[in-house]
Design a protein around this ligand. Sequence first.
Ligand SMILES: C[S@@+](CC[C@H](N)C(=O)[O-])C[C@H]1O[C@@H](n2cnc3c(N)ncnc32)[C@H](O)[C@@H]1O
Length: 256
Amino acid sequence: MTRKIRIIGVGLGAPRHVTGEAVEAMNEVDVFLVPDKGERKSELLDLRRALCAELIENDRWQLRTIADPERGPDSERDARQYREGVAAWHAARVSAYVDVIKALPPGATVGFLVWGDPAFYDSTIRMVDRIAERIDVEMRVIAGISAIQVLAAEHRIPLNAIGGPVHITTGRALIEQWRRDLGTVVVMLDGHLRCRELVAEHPDLQIYWGACVGMPQQALVAGRLGDVIDEITRVRRRVRDDLGWVMDVYALVPPE
Ligand SMILES: C[S@@+](CC[C@H](N)C(=O)[O-])C[C@H]1O[C@@H](n2cnc3c(N)ncnc32)[C@H](O)[C@@H]1O
């Protein structure tokens, strides 16, 4: 029997970020599968549970955690080892999910609640594609509000210059990739504020930075990179000290 899977972008933790379409899809789901990453990520688990409790109108939904396979020390790996490490981790995850889905009643609809939008630095769609190679699946993806959009909205900026490009990348790849003709460069997954390495040569870049955007703990800093990088470092550290973790995203905009 075909299993229905819904991959639902839920924005950044607040019920008001969840679109009407996402709420409809959440109400179709019988079992939400959530990777259990332990430690601080249990806060994210609690957030998902709270969203379901607030937005789902039936009482049949369940949230089931699936132990996340061990993932190696990414920071010690080169690019090839990193890709191989991620591939092995995805394969282990896929097997765990296939086992759980096969054990569900045949008509059950399975849901994945994805932070932000499933299209940005999230492996759920790829993982469900792999699940679909092993069992018969009908998959839908529901867009969510991404940290990228909330960053731009909170700073009240368009991301692109008129007719210009927007490049989205990770902290890991920023220095290797950055070129002025990329236009605005949006950086996610940067635990080390790699943009500091651009200060010496490109201090005039404009940076729009945000931690915990769209959340009660939101912190924003904007300005000339050379002028505000130390302030961003301080604010980032303060947020991390307060919460025990920090998620941040930034846009680097070349001067006109
Ligand atoms: C695994 S990616 C997931 C992105 C997510 N799918 C999205 O659309 O926002 C995690 C990265 O997204 C960014 N991020 C997610 N939530 C954020 C938030 N509330 N504030 C700032 N950055 C956030 C950070 O760069 C973080 O390292």
